[in-house]
Design a protein around this ligand. Structure first.
Ligand code: ZN
Length: 360
């Protein structure tokens, strides 16, 4: 592959300043890094604290840097350099040691009865909440579930998806001691969904719309199972046109992870708030979680992202303290599943951290 070159500094200072201002504003919510913590398995206590954010939803776009267009494509070379500035990518273990508590604050550990489950895509462009809500779970599945089943007919696929989600909600209701109807299950779609393109691109002129129809059918199948399900249409996204994440978080806490942390990082000699920008996978099925995790590194190393420029990738697996064996089986399966990517020259690192315990 071609050597990377520094971006020539031929833009005028004014242009650069303007671009940096935009970058700094947007940076607040983005740059990717993940919080990973390798072998830090000490059980962490759960706190709900989060620094001074009062909004439920991120008000700023998550993408920081102006894209340098070249032949109509974003300059992924520069994007890669920018993304690598988040310290998580250079040393995830150390980053987790420093910021593990910030990550822990992203989980709902309140022990409050669960009243809402939202399902969004694994896509790193999905806007995240700024603070953790009690009694809420978030599942992140490719295309909100359009790739979940490989059954031959669409009807069978939707039944399989609905069965799995209904079981998930029933288990939550049982654990909370409430009726399943007390839990609202919201399924979202989103624009330019890669999973929708993969699933429907061959036969549909509008894969996103095909995904919405699929998700609405899933909602109907869930309602038929007594689940209080709702289709919530396109979820908010940041303004990235290309995928730029260099990592994937896989949450085994059964949906208690709601967001990724914003931490203050020293970048370019300046302390600035940065969000860990990662794909996030959280599925009711471990096998599907593995597929989605491998899909994410496939995207990062594919033509919609870094392609052959991708030389490293990090997975942060968040271990379920209530069932660590299951999580470790996943780590083992992921290690095996990542081999083909390593064979292509990508240095794959898998780090783990035990999710904080539910206070219940
Ligand atoms: Zn998607």
């Amino acid at each position: 592959m071609p050597e990377r070159h520094e971006q020539p500094h031929d833009a005028s200072q004014a242009q650069r300043n303007a671009a940096e201002n935009v970058a700094n504003r947007r940076n607040f919510l983005r740059i990717s890094a993940i919080s990973a913590a390798t072998t830090i398995l000490s059980s962490s206590s759960c706190t709900m604290e989060h620094p001074d954010h009062n909004d439920d939803v991120a008000p700023v776009k998550a993408h920081a840097h102006k894209k340098h267009e070249s032949h109509g494509h974003p300059d992924m070379d520069k994007e890669l350099r920018d993304q690598m500035k988040h310290p998580f990518h250079t040393n995830p273990e150390q980053w987790l040691e420093t910021h593990g508590k910030d990550l822990d604050a992203c989980f709902d550990c309140s022990g409050e009865p669960v009243t809402e489950v939202t399902i969004v895509c694994i896509d790193e462009r999905m806007t995240m909440a700024l603070k953790t809500a009690s009694g809420k779970r978030v599942l992140r599945m490719a295309g909100s579930g359009v790739l979940f089943s490989k059954a031959l007919t669409e009807d069978e696929q939707i039944e399989e998806l609905a069965d799995s989600l209904a079981q998930y909600v029933a288990a939550l209701a049982q654990a909370s001691g409430i009726d399943v109807s007390s839990i609202k299950l919201k399924i979202s779609s989103h624009l330019t969904c890669g999973a929708a393109a993969k699933k429907f691109g061959a036969e549909s002129a509008d894969p996103d719309e095909s995904a919405r129809e699929y998700q609405q059918k899933a909602v109907a199948a869930l309602k038929a199972r007594g689940i209080n399900a709702e289709f919530t249409n396109d979820a908010p996204m940041n303004d990235n046109t290309a995928h730029n994440a260099l990592a994937t978080i896989v949450d085994f806490s059964r949906g208690r992870l709601q967001r990724t942390p914003i931490t203050v990082e020293n970048v370019d000699g300046m302390a600035q708030p940065m969000t860990l920008n990662t794909f996030v996978v959280s599925s009711p099925s471990d096998a599907k979680a593995l597929e989605d995790a491998l899909l994410s590194i496939g995207i990062a190393s594919g033509s919609h992202s870094y392609g052959e420029q991708l030389k490293q990738y990090t997975f942060l697996v968040l271990i379920d303290p209530a069932d660590p064996k299951r999580s470790w089986q996943f780590v083992s399966d992921l290690t095996a599943g990542a081999k083909p990517f390593e064979a292509k020259g990508i240095k794959v690192k898998i780090v783990t951290r035990e999710a904080p315990k539910d206070e219940k």
